[in-house]
Write a new protein. Structure first.
Length: 518
């Protein structure tokens, strides 16, 4: 097989094909999409291939059959007659800028007006779009194709600014308000985004908009199965394995642990994040790439604001209705965490009709915790800080629990007053342990109860019991009475028992602790 050429950041189908980049063939979905209906919506996380999918559809509707040579669509019974295509991409703009959304929409309309009709800025954007659709139909004799990419980015970017959010929502609703009334001129409309459209009121008039986000038939429409990865990128995986000085299978296992795991329907396949895999193969290094491409910071802040204990997010049980709800509210972060790709379906419990959600892979779990910790303690990212989590890692790895707890106690004492609460204390301790590279398990069940936190790293095991406004003696007594160390009776590693009490009283605010070696 020839060496791969990686289409990193390239979301234009024609550029991928004409540039000789490796393309994972998703064109077999074109025919079923056409049969599915006139108005279709697909939700998938960012950087998951939605834009390339829309560009592929655009090339098909423009009749560019030469680009599909050797692909699945080329041998299908399809109508390749060109149609007028209007594509609106909301992916690249910064919508925190004043009138950024209005300027972007005006630019798109102006480009199409130069082709199909006159520009009259006195008209509303909705009326201008309506006039364009009619003009395109009359000029070509073909119904129009509408492609809308990342419709919700103008909302997600300003989610914490309610005034801007409401303004952008009104603009989008006005712009797309005439789509339903224009269905006699529209052949096909495909809308992508992260958050579900229902209740957002942008497409509320499109009662025939079909959401295929959780249809088994389209579970693998974006992202790559492991078979697709191996069939298309074997040379790249082999080069990565050579760089890592390990076998092909060992490297594939590392790629799987770090980038695989996304599941959008129980009958679908576990999927790899294309953006991360391409970067890993290009850089010949397995590390987090997805988070550097744009993390929704409002979601990270919301987790802290709600007092959610981070380990509680992993293993969450919910209904399908929960997953398809729009996450633009402060009460439940789970729908938006699923839709943005932080959580994925791990198991469908048919008897209960419930979905168990977990982090899809190490890239997401580690990246999420790395983004979450600075929200609690900004100084942990500063390399010169005594609270940089690499120093905590040394304390744990070298078996120095006294140094670890002393450092932790000083850090917690310096927190702002509003952050002195049990949920913040527990979250910070857990996040530091995870980001130290330790195996950290919160609230682990045993035959006598649940331990608060068990941390294993190197030659050491640390068992934590946390109390709040009580005493370290109570914490230590619980460790012994419930025999949390019993499961490690045959483990040769050194075990430390750590009882901790978080005191809220102003005069003694902070962390007290006791450490005993088992």
């Amino acid at each position: 097989m020839k060496e791969n050429r990686y289409p990193i950041g390239i979301q234009t189908f024609s550029k991928v094909i004409e540039g000789g980049y490796t393309y994972v063939d998703k064109t077999a979905y074109i025919k079923p999409l056409l049969k599915q209906g006139e108005y279709i919506f697909l939700s998938r996380p960012r950087r998951f291939g939605k834009s390339l999918l829309l560009s592929t559809l655009q090339a098909y509707f423009e009749g560019r059959r030469e680009l599909f040579k050797g692909l699945a669509a080329d041998i299908m019974d399809l109508d390749w007659t060109p149609s007028p295509v209007f594509r609106f991409d909301f992916n690249a703009e910064d919508f925190m800028k004043e009138d950024g959304l209005e300027i972007l929409i005006d630019g798109y309309l102006w480009c199409y007006e130069k082709i199909y009709g006159r520009r009259d800025k006195k008209l509303s954007v909705s009326q201008r779009l309506k006039d364009l659709i009619i003009a395109a139909y009359e000029n070509t004799g073909r119904k129009v194709i509408i492609l809308i990419d990342e419709y919700d980015k103008p909302l997600l970017d300003v989610e914490e600014n309610r005034e801007m959010y409401d303004k952008n929502q009104r603009t989008l609703k006005s712009f797309f308000g005439n789509l339903k009334s224009m269905d006699c001129y529209i052949q096909f409309a495909f809308i992508t985004g992260v958050a579900r459209f229902s209740k957002v009121s942008i497409f509320s008039d499109l009662n025939n908009l079909k959401d295929i986000s959780m249809h088994n038939e389209y579970a693998d429409i974006c992202g790559w199965t492991e078979k697709e990865l191996i069939d298309n990128f074997r040379p790249g995986i082999e080069s990565l394995a050579e760089e890592r000085e390990e076998s092909f299978d060992k490297t594939l296992e590392a790629l799987r642990d770090f980038y695989d795991g996304y599941l959008f329907m129980p009958k679908g396949s576990r999927l790899y994040n294309p953006f991360s895999v391409l970067n890993a193969l290009e850089e010949k290094s397995i590390e987090p790439f997805w988070f550097g491409s744009g993390t929704p910071t409002f979601l990270i802040k919301r987790i802290k604001r709600l007092g959610t204990y981070p380990p509680d997010l992993n293993g969450k049980m919910c209904t399908k209705k929960d997953l398809t709800a729009v996450g633009f509210n402060d009460r439940n972060p789970i729908p938006l965490m699923f839709q943005t790709g932080y959580l994925t379906i791990w198991e469908y419990k048919k008897a209960l009709n419930l979905y168990e959600l977990r982090f899809p892979n190490k890239e997401v779990e580690i990246g999420f915790y790395e983004d979450l910790l600075p929200v609690y303690v900004p100084d942990t990212e500063n390399p010169g800080s005594p609270f940089n989590f690499s120093l905590f890692k040394i304390d744990l790895y070298e078996g120095r629990p006294d140094d670890f707890m002393h450092r932790l106690a000083i850090l917690l004492k310096d927190l702002p007053g509003e952050d002195h609460c049990e949920s913040a204390y527990r979250a910070i301790t857990f996040l530091i342990a995870v980001l130290c590279g330790a195996d950290a398990i919160a609230e682990r069940h045993s035959y006598k109860g649940r331990s608060d936190l068990e941390v294993t790293i190197g030659d050491y095991i640390y068992l934590f019991e946390f109390k709040y406004n009580k005493s370290v003696d109570e914490a230590m007594d619980q460790i012994y009475s419930r025999d949390y160390a019993g499961r490690y009776a045959l483990d040769p590693r050194t075990i430390y028992l750590i009882g901790a009490n978080f005191n809220e009283k102003k005069e003694t605010r902070g962390l007290q602790y006791k450490i005993e070696k088992k």
